[in-house]
Design a protein around this ligand. Structure first.
Ligand SMILES: NC(=O)C1=CN([C@@H]2O[C@H](COP(=O)(O)OP(=O)(O)OC[C@H]3O[C@@H](n4cnc5c(N)ncnc54)[C@H](OP(=O)(O)O)[C@@H]3O)[C@@H](O)[C@H]2O)C=CC1
Ligand SMILES: Nc1c(N[C@@H]2O[C@H](COP(=O)(O)O)[C@@H](O)[C@H]2O)[nH]c(=O)[nH]c1=O
Length: 397
């Protein structure tokens, strides 16, 4: 598979976090210098993506404006303008919108099958079925090849797969750098899916103060921490640059969400409902497991590990994804999941929720770390794990 594009989110917001006001006219938060910098980002990109909401609200052209920057693109052997792309679930886009009618670059519309066929005359319509866990770790069991009913358990996981498929298609079209220019729904989804690599945020000294207006970000889990990499000033606009943490990576987030979804398959139980995936850096899933799989006393990590030959050389490259911290003490089976992992060559564990002291004081993270295994916690996804465990006393999402 071609490597996915580097994804840069760019937005301009008011001091109180809005992308626009609630009126029909577009609010310009950037000043001239800031628009010039955004133009440079466009010129550096292979494709620019906005949501259908922005196409409808702003009627944008999404073109590189500066003749000098266009010349530089041509001199570098690139097309004069980047590809334009949009995403829509309902297909309500006007073929006369400037997105379609301006510029010679390819225009791509990503949509579920059947909703955007009417745009085929003005754009390349790429259909991507709604993603319901049909692919990867949670969708197919690498060991048994077993089928399961499609189910999206963790918040945002179906959307994350759908957007991942959009990125894969863009990659296949030669896109290495993608500039996402909004709006709020799209920015939120890229960050929630763990698919954004960088964020550039211009903050204007303006207060919108109207809760009906669209926000830059709203209501996501945001699993990859952001690091501030730059602070600039363009007149009275503050420009903030962030980069997403290397760990968890986008693939880590995806596999951990797969593990979280797997907990939905656990039979009713008075203990934790947990899912686990053993995955490789190239995206291969070696095995999956969930609590109570096979034997009602089985733990998720144990069930997954039992499906891989202990001498499988790929285990040295593998990561154990578990929705819950691997246990360090247990009554039902002789070995804890932490012991089983330590007896395997698996060197990396990615988990969402530290085990609360309901039954025992779990020391999985401490033992694994002390033994030199890399442990990455993704607390932003812990609420989804708690949601699967509200049958336990005191557990709330
Ligand atoms: N200040 C700034 O930097 C910017 C401001 N803006 C402002 O933001 C506002 C628009 O933002 P917003 O309303 O959040 O809309 P978005 O531009 O984020 O578009 C949202 C729409 O995109 C489609 N979409 C989103 N995710 C998916 C998905 N996973 N699968 C399929 N389709 C998807 C849907 O289209 P559909 O409804 O067709 O199904 C959805 O309604 C406008 O007011 C605009 O002016 C926009 C960009 C930049
Ligand atoms: N309002 C706003 C932005 N809006 C973005 O610019 C797009 C308009 O593109 P075009 O028609 O090519 O000029 C619009 O759809 C949205 O993505 N961008 C910013 O940097 N700052 C701003 O204040």
């Amino acid at each position: 598979m071609t490597e996915r594009p580097h994804v840069l989110l760019s937005a301009a917001q008011s001091l109180d976090g809005y992308l626009d006001d609630a009126s029909d006219t577009r609010l310009l938060l950037s000043n001239e210098d800031d628009f010039a910098e955004v133009d440079r980002l466009r010129a550096e990109a292979d494709a620019i993506l906005v949501g259908a909401g922005t196409v409808r609200a702003d009627n944008p052209r999404l073109l590189v404006r500066s003749a000098k920057l266009r010349q530089e693109r041509l001199a570098a052997g690139k097309p004069e303008q980047p590809i334009k792309a949009t995403v829509t679930a309902g297909g309500d886009l006007d073929p006369a919108a400037r997105f379609f009618t301006t510029g010679d670059a390819p225009k791509l519309v990503y949509a579920p099958p059947g909703v955007a066929d009417g745009l085929a005359g003005v754009a390349t319509v790429v259909t991507i079925p709604p993603s319901e866990g049909a692919e990867g770790g949670a969708g197919t069991d690498a060991t048994t090849g077993g089928e399961r009913p499609a189910k999206v358990g963790a918040a945002g996981s179906g959307t994350a797969r759908w957007l991942g498929n959009v990125l894969d298609d863009l990659a296949a079209r030669g896109v290495r750098k993608l500039l996402v220019e909004g709006g709020g729904a799209v920015h939120t989804q890229f960050l929630d899916a763990g698919l954004a690599d960088e964020v550039r945020l211009a903050v204007a000294p303006l207060i919108v103060g109207d809760p009906r207006a669209p926000r830059f970000l709203a209501g996501g889990a945001f699993p990859r921490p952001l690091e501030l990499t730059g602070v600039g000033r363009l007149g009275d606009v503050a420009v903030l640059h962030y980069r997403a943490a290397d760990e968890p990576s986008a693939l880590d987030v995806r596999r951990l969400r797969d593990a979280i979804e797997l907990a939905d398959r656990c039979p009713p139980s008075a203990t934790f409902r947990v899912g686990a995936v053993i995955g490789l850096p190239d995206g291969t899933v070696l095995a999956t497991g969930h609590s109570g799989e096979g034997d009602p006393r089985n733990h998720a990590e144990e069930a997954a590990l039992s499906k891989v030959a202990p001498d499988d050389p790929r285990l040295a490259e593998a990561t154990m994804y578990s929705s819950l911290e691997p246990c360090s003490a247990r009554a039902s089976h002789p070995k804890s999941c932490t012991q089983l992992i330590l007896e395997s060559p698996i060197s990396r564990v990615v988990m969402a929720w530290r085990e609360p002291s309901l039954f025992v004081d779990c020391e999985g993270v401490e033992w694994l770390t002390a033994a030199g295994r890399r442990v990455i916690e993704v607390p932003a996804l812990a609420a989804d794990v708690r949601r699967a465990n509200t049958h336990l006393p005191g557990v709330r999402p």
